[in-house]
Write a protein that binds this ligand. Structure first.
Ligand code: TGC
Ligand code: FAD
Length: 390
């Protein structure tokens, strides 16, 4: 993948500014140089490449749209999307780390935190000196986070936190966790829980076949004393974590296009070079059908992501619009990965090529941040006015 060229079948680059293109090429060069050569090895060993954190911070992947006065890159939403696209071209697990840090940790501190909390945490998170994770999902409450049982009780200057979170990206090494928990009135609040607080542990989840280069774990709270100063006061209720998900899901809509582009690019090159029955397999109608459908779907997905970015820049994107793009773009990416795998025949199952790793990674991406089904039901509720969840 060091020869990777980004397909641009509809001249979408004309829709980008010089700054967008600069941001994209800086991210792309970094991914080519630092991620692509080592990522397969880390994925095979199921290890997170921690040494990449400094580089991610340098390309602006930690808080791309957070204002510069808090250490962020101060970029717009399209630049944020392009960074996610380029990172996920390398690996969805590395993009996960950036998504969580930016949209699920920095975003809530920026939007719902006090000025003191912003100053204390955001610059360290932007530089990668501090890493964060986001605890919403619980063992018994995944798609339905409103039912969560993790809770805290008021003890004067602090609260006592109890409960557990499951499937938490970055948990095993995170310095802080944004934890969503209910108060005594069953209202959901965000708390900043720090590693080292007594009763707080983060056991790692092993034996994943997907996102193997990303560290996933649990968050366990056994009477953890959390100072009241660590509660995010700006917003409570389920809408607070859902607002963070809007931002992360938007980034994933772009990221998935990156994984799809890498699969397409690899399959196209292979089809032109691989000869069977005396001619390149790319000269056969069946393989052309696969490749033609891939570039068609990538082009449609790029347009969805770009338009959604414009709407987000204008503050007009709805949650349902974001759901449509996340659902569609991850779905086309996983289908493209499966088809591209077949274009490579037996070679497609090896770690010599990135396709099978993308395909397995995307099995998590189609499930986390709202499953494929949940996003369809969000669209369904939006267009009919009837919520299938109730
Ligand atoms: P519902 O009744 O629809 O809403 C509850 C309250 O929230 C408000 N609200 C929002 N506010 C701000 N922004 C949004 N996007 C909002 N969406 C809803 C809403 O107005 C309401 O407010 P109020 O004042 O009336 O109470 O809630 P529901 O219980 O019916 O649930 C809706 C549903 C199912 C769509 C939601 O629960 C959902 O999206 N479930 C999926 C869960 C999910 O996505 N989990 C992701 C966990 S994090 C993760 O996976 C990270 S992966 C790592 C990586 O990113 O790489
Ligand atoms: P369930 O909710 O039990 O769903 C099981 C199946 O039932 C799904 O197919 C679902 O679509 C379907 N279903 C559920 N409800 C309905 C319905 N009403 N109608 C029809 N079908 C329905 N969470 C975090 O909080 N932070 C993280 O950092 C994080 N990282 C993750 C990393 C990985 C690798 C993975 C795999 C998950 C991560 N998650 C994280 C959790 C993720 O968000 C959840 O897995 C997801 O929301 C689904 O929840 P669940 O796994 O409990 O599945």
């Amino acid at each position: 993948s060091d020869r990777f060229e980004s397909p641009d079948y509809y001249q979408l680059d004309d829709l980008l500014t010089e700054e967008h293109k600069l941001v994209r090429s800086a991210s792309r060069e970094w991914v080519k140089r630092e991620v692509s050569p080592v990522i397969e090895d880390y994925a095979q060993r199921a290890e997170f490449p921690k040494h990449l954190l400094g580089g991610l911070a340098e390309i602006g992947a930690f808080g791309p749209y957070i204002p510069e006065k808090y250490g962020g890159a101060g970029l717009d939403q399209i630049s944020y999307g392009l960074i996610m696209q380029e990172i996920e071209r390398g690996d969805s697990g590395i993009r996960s780390t950036a998504s969580v840090q930016s949209s699920l940790v920095m975003y809530p501190i920026w939007k719902y935190g006090t000025e003191e909390q912003r100053k204390k945490y955001l610059p360290k998170l932007a530089s990668g000196k501090f890493m964060g994770c986001f605890g919403l999902t619980e063992p018994d409450f995944g798609s339905n986070p409103a039912g969560m049982v993790t809770n805290f009780k008021d003890k004067g200057d602090h609260v006592l936190l109890n409960g557990a979170k499951l499937w938490i990206s970055n948990a095993p090494f995170a310095d802080i966790a944004i934890v969503w928990a209910k108060d005594e009135q069953e209202r959901i609040h965000g708390l900043i829980v720090e590693r080292g607080m007594e009763g707080f542990s983060t056991p790692e989840t092993h034996h994943k076949w997907s996102l193997r280069a990303s560290a996933t774990g649990e968050l366990i709270f056994d009477n953890v004393k959390v100072p009241k100063a660590n509660i995010l006061p700006g917003k409570s209720g389920l809408g607070a974590p859902l607002g963070c998900l809007d931002s992360a899901r938007y980034g994933i809509a772009w990221g998935a296009v990156g994984a799809a582009m890498d699969c397409y690019d690899t399959a196209l090159r292979y089809a032109k070079e691989r000869v069977q029955f005396g001619k390149p397999i790319g000269a056969t109608q069946l393989q052309q059908k696969k490749l033609a459908e891939m570039i068609t779907e990538i082009t449609k997905a790029q347009l969805l992501a770009w338009r959604l970015g414009v709407l987000r820049n204008e503050g007009k994107a709805t949650t349902a619009q974001i759901s449509m793009a996340k659902r569609n773009n991850v779905d086309i990416a996983i289908k493209i990965a499966r088809e591209a795998r077949q274009v490579l025949g037996g070679m497609g199952i090896t770690g010599e090529y990135s396709i099978m790793r993308h395909m397995m990674n995307l099995e998590s991406v189609i499930t986390y941040e709202g499953t494929h089904d949940i996003h369809l039901l969000i669209t369904g509720a939006d267009i009919t006015g009837f919520s299938a969840f109730k």
